[in-house]
Write a protein that binds this ligand. Structure first.
Ligand code: GLN
Length: 534
């Protein structure tokens, strides 16, 4: 029988519910169980695909082409599993399902209401993921903070679900903040007590409380939290800040959360968690013997979360190469032909980020020119790859006004053009070329050297593509198209002949990098950066 764990958050947002959920899942996986995690978001968008990255950070794309919350990236990176559309549910999706049924006449004669219709739909989605694979544990993270108006139907659905399943089959882990007041030299438990009280008013008594804290929580404070929040002492878990999120599973193991969870859900461990590979990754991460500086050129650089998977991929690749990777984000708006050299000098490698629209495009192109001319290792992702094609067309192939029709509809040399299948698309939500597609890799190319394979599968999220009308002219000037989707002849990877490391991918390698399987393109970039530095 499947056991259910709900993860809620109180006091404030950004407590790291996603990292906690992924860490707990990692431990349970280590105990020999099958585990998946899903995220329920209270906002009304059907999915985050149409959201600006400034709103909720990166949009994470799954194998099956779902545009999802970035927490799914953490789930995949920690668990080495694939998630899918079913792993991310929003209020919008719930309402859409219920309203579609209402129009079909499913509720004929009845008043359709938040309770029971919306809560029933939420409850059914708590279990829906079990239809394809039967899991031992399903962890459900509720987005938002307890007390938010928009979270109420989810909280009520959790209450009913626990009532339906019984306390030994469904529990709640509640994350709170235990702030340290420097003036009083004290850790404060009141915010935790209040948020647990708020949860109790909705009929939910948390089973485990994870106290996010900057300082170690002494035993008398733990006792106080246990007593006033009505949980057993071993269920008060200290969630202390760590240098890296990848430390959290081990920290949670030290706190014994896996034991408490198994006890409360009446489950017997099949084995002691074997986190050997994970620990090996951490050892390499923490003991680098080299250092490189990488520039990340993009237009959402103010927000760390906007390029979450890219930053994480650098961490994985750095550990694989025993190299400390210092990433500095550079706003493409600030780059011009005149200052590119000044801004980019001193970097051992550059990544030009994905993106949409024409804001800050020229800076990306100027950065790429400088990188190409100065043999700096380069990785271009999606828009970054497209800009590399444009730069090459303009400055090497002599097509001075080459551009993408995304930026200029009337351009003469549309070296990047809208995909044929996208021409008739009018609606913006969920209509890009999304998810995993195969790509054939040409032998004796940099891509082949990195992947060591002739066939790969990578995830996509785009509407524009390399225009094959320009294949011959660009190839004749030295551009190599080393990866092609053979079904529709779409160019997936470009590289350059006379450059030590210059590679652009139409897909998103960052979505498949994990600590245990760092992505070859990122590893390649770091290796090249180490060489370049020498
Ligand atoms: N805007 C480009 C396109 O739609 C690139 C998308 C991206 O970088 N994800 O093709």
């Amino acid at each position: 029988m499947t056991k259910y764990i709900f993860v809620t958050g109180g006091v404030t947002s950004s407590l790291g519910k996603g990292i906690f959920a992924a860490s707990l899942a990692k431990l349970l996986q280590g105990h020999g169980f099958t585990v998946t995690i899903q995220k329920f978001d209270p906002y009304l968008n059907i999915d985050p695909g149409t959201l600006n990255p400034y709103e909720h950070g990166e949009c994470y794309v799954t194998e099956d082409g779902a545009e999802t919350d970035l927490d799914l990236g953490h789930y995949e990176r920690f668990l080495n599993i694939h998630t899918s559309q079913a792993n991310n549910v929003t209020t919008g999706r719930v309402y859409q399902t219920v309203l579609d049924r209402e129009r079909k006449g499913d509720f004929l004669g009845k008043t359709v209401q938040v309770i029971p219709h919306i809560t029933d739909e939420i409850k059914s989605r708590f279990e829906a993921i079990n239809q394809l694979t039967k899991y031992d544990f399903i962890i459900t993270e509720l987005g938002g903070t307890v007390g938010d108006i928009e979270s109420l139907p989810f909280i009520e659905a959790v209450r009913q679900f626990i009532w339906d399943k019984g306390k030994e089959n469904a529990i709640v882990c509640h994350l709170t903040l235990v702030p340290y007041l420097a003036a009083a030299k004290e850790l404060k438990t009141k915010p935790t007590q209040h948020s647990v009280k708020m949860l109790s008013e909705s009929g939910i008594q948390p089973d485990i409380i994870i106290c996010r804290t900057e300082k170690p929580i002494p035993s008398e404070v733990r006792k106080k939290i246990a007593l006033f929040c009505n949980v057993s002492l071993d269920a008060v878990i200290q969630g202390i800040d760590k240098d890296t999120i990848y430390d959290v599973p081990l920290e949670m193991q030290k706190e014994g959360i896996d034991k408490v969870v198994l006890k409360k859900l009446k489950m017997k461990s099949k084995q002691e968690p074997n986190l050997q590979k994970w620990k090996k990754f951490l050892t390499k991460l923490k003991n680098p013997n080299k250092e490189v500086h990488i520039a990340l050129v993009g237009k959402y650089i103010e927000l760390q979360d906007a390029y979450k998977s890219i930053y994480e991929s650098f961490i994985h690749a750095g550990a694989a190469c025993s190299t400390k990777v210092v990433v500095k984000a550079i706003h493409s708006n600030n780059l011009t032909k005149a200052n590119a050299a000044e801004i980019l000098k001193g970097f051992d490698g550059v990544l030009v980020a994905p993106g949409f629209g024409d804001r800050a495009i020229d800076g990306k192109i100027e950065a790429i020119r400088f990188i190409r001319e100065n043999n700096i290792p380069f990785l271009g992702i999606c828009l970054g790859m497209q800009m590399a094609v444009i730069e090459y067309a303009r400055n090497v192939a002599g097509l001075a006004d080459a551009h993408s029709t995304e930026m200029n509809k009337k351009v003469k040399h549309a070296v990047i053009d809208i995909m044929h299948s996208q021409k008739s698309v009018k609606a913006m939500g969920g209509t890009m070329r999304l998810g995993a597609y195969e790509c054939a890799i040409e032998e004796k190319t940099l891509a082949h050297k990195l992947y060591k394979s002739k066939k790969i599968s990578e995830r996509h999220r785009h509407r524009y593509e390399f225009n094959n009308d320009y294949l011959d002219i660009l190839r004749s000037h030295g551009l190599i198209t080393s990866g092609i989707n053979t079904e529709n002849n779409l160019v997936e990877i470009i590289e350059l002949k006379d450059h030590p490391f210059f590679i652009g991918a139409q897909y998103h390698p960052e979505l498949k990098s994990t600590p245990e399987n760092p992505h070859p393109l990122f590893v390649g970039l770091i290796e090249a950066a180490v060489k370049y530095k020498k």
